[in-house]
Design a protein around this ligand. Structure first.
Ligand SMILES: Cc1cc2nc3c(=O)[nH]c(=O)nc-3n(C[C@H](O)[C@H](O)[C@H](O)COP(=O)(O)O)c2cc1C
Length: 354
């Protein structure tokens, strides 16, 4: 099973399964001198952790990150940085029904077709639990970015068909959904409660904004910044679409509307979402990820068993009603990992004398 690494200079590999002994990340190429302690991971891991909000899956996972290597006297050494998160609240019994049945909307069917087996206890590598390792690696990436004044923030701009119509950063920090529009919050909460009451699930949109990113990140042609960011976001389970800047709206516009005029003080609009020609232009980077409804639902669904015989499936385990807001720190982490990699790569792009 290849494809577990991302990045060139800041290269993150994740490992582990949801119901194995633990998960983690190895970061190869992390520069030396980055201050890091196990405490630094607590905040972000708590944001991703289930069971912290009433509508989350009630699995209790302390998600403490252990630093196994690559740090000496509180600073990275430049050697591989290995991070480990133990699985402590592992109860595989609710998954017993999945020993023989595929979950519609999940990865069971396609994994079995590819590998000839499937880890029915939560999906193994396809489980959202794998994203703990991404969040841990993202904490290290953020440290590198913060030193250059680069900040990453995610917002829930849609949930269950209710859309935010403004981005109020302060408002987003004061509610559990990271909803940036106080006017949309109640509707989002209602949509979530309704879906939960129906034994169903909902999706939404997460917008990630990056401020302070310098011009010059991104490598044409196959490592364009927008291509790498889109790939990183799409690598997160349940993400089904990514937009950059004006996104799909550009298709219906004229060039005169869509071009961002350039003035001596900078761009006077930001339809490009901070990226031109695959290279950051110094403006705010704006990304949106469409998140599908959680596949595991408590409603009866048609499926087949491993022999292809028709069956029906009604799940009773501990599942999220929506991947939002838990997915937010994961998406921020993926953006951080890509930007840290490109920031380090950009430093070797041009010879500067003196
Ligand atoms: C933070 C997060 C939480 C998730 N929680 C669940 C869950 O409780 N139950 C579930 O069936 N899927 C959950 N998912 C979605 C599945 O991981 C995802 O749908 C599955 O891996 C199939 O991949 P795909 O949706 O990209 O095709 C979650 C995803 C994320 C990112």
């Amino acid at each position: 099973m290849a494809g577990n690494s991302i990045g060139e200079l800041f290269r993150v590999t994740t490992f582990g399964e949801s119901h194995g002994r633990g998960l983690g990340a190895v970061i190869d190429g992390c520069p030396s001198g980055v201050s890091i302690s196990e405490e630094d991971f607590v905040f972000e891991m708590e944001r991703r952790r289930p069971g912290t909000r009433p509508f989350d899956t009630q699995r209790e996972e302390p998600d403490r990150v252990e630093i196994l290597s690559g740090v000496f006297e509180g600073k990275t050494t430049g050697a591989p940085l290995a991070l480990r998160i133990a699985n402590q609240d592992v109860d595989s019994s609710p998954y017993e029904i999945l020993r023989t049945l595929y979950r519609p909307g999940h990865a069971d069917f396609s994994y079995e077709k590819k590998y000839g087996h499937v880890d029915f206890r939560g999906g193994g590598r396809s489980s959202a639990r794998e994203t703990t390792a991404r969040v841990a690696a993202g904490v290290v990436a953020r440290k590198i970015l913060e030193a250059d004044g680069i900040d990453i923030k995610g917002f829930t701009t849609a949930l269950g068909g209710v859309y935010a119509s403004k981005i109020d950063r302060r408002a987003a920090e004061s509610n559990a959904f990271f909803c940036p529009d106080p006017g949309a919050l109640e509707g989002m909460e209602r949509a979530l409660q309704r879906a939960r009451g129906d034994g169903d699930s909902i999706g939404g949109i997460v917008e990630v904004r990056v401020s302070g990113c310098p011009a010059g990140l991104g490598e044409p042609v196959f490592a364009k910044l927008d291509a790498d960011l889109a790939g990183a976001l799409m690598s997160v389970g349940a993400v089904k679409g990514v937009e950059v800047g004006a996104g799909f709206e550009v298709a219906g516009r004229r060039g005169s509307e869509n071009n961002d005029p350039i003035t001596p003080d900078g761009f006077s609009s930001n339809n490009a979402g901070g990226i031109l020609g695959g290279v950051s232009n110094g403006d705010e980077i704006i990304l949106r990820a469409a998140v599908k409804p959680i596949p595991s639902i408590a409603r009866e669904q048609k499926t087949v068993d491993r022999q292809g015989r028709p069956a029906s499936l009604k799940l009773t385990g501990r599942y999220d009603t929506c991947a939002i807001p838990r997915i937010l720190p994961v998406l921020e982490a993926m953006v951080a990992i890509v930007l840290a990699d490109h920031l380090l790569r950009s430093r070797s792009a041009r010879f500067r004398q003196g």
